[in-house]
Design a protein around this ligand. Sequence first.
Ligand SMILES: [Mg+2]
Length: 243
Amino acid sequence: MTIRGVIFDWGGTLTPWHDVDLFAQWYAYSEVYDPEHASALAHRLCEGDQQRWRVQRESHGSISTGALDALFLDEGIDINGARHLRALGSYLDFWAPHTYADPDAKDVLAALRHRGYRVGVLSNTMWPRVHHQEVFARDDLDVLIDAAVYSSELEVAKPHAEAFRAILTALDVTAEESVFVGDRLWDDVMGAQQVGMRTIWIPHSQIPAEHVPDGSARPDATAHRLLDVFTIVESWQASAVDS
Ligand SMILES: [Mg+2]
């Protein structure tokens, strides 16, 4: 079967893995939103955030974290208020250094598209699409991505099969003619394999052990740098054409 689609995870795959202080992200928000009670608010937002990710993991992706707004609404925050929007700006500024694309990202996406592959992104994220689009546009990746699906817009998340089917549909390719590239053996590799996709693992992320309920998935290939993805896909394509 020839390959038509290559689909990437975002964090730890198209961006290098960073260890992020999860409390600090919420403190950056809270110190603008409510300076007097910043620490208490940050603790509540951090716990709400972690709880949503826990439920998503324990349900094997059949319940997604939902969108960032849901977390703020749980706290009774007016998400249209100026104070919230200023605080959200502070939160996004906190994240900005961790969102820059891998130095290979632009080259690998451009090379794949040049060879006619359709390029997709499937990310487990609470961020709305607009935040991701801004990041991709800043790094000149937006024009290299044919379709993107974010779990913040879905009822499900990776590793649930429906999350993978959503991006396959958006990209108009089948699982059998697609490759998934990700840094997580459970969410990405196991999830993509169960729907019939080939997988490439990016092995550099420090995934917490509790995030990997089952670490037994074996990727079809490992890419030690992102540009290797192009070489691997082309080698698979060559053997598909030969056979
Ligand atoms: Mg990832």
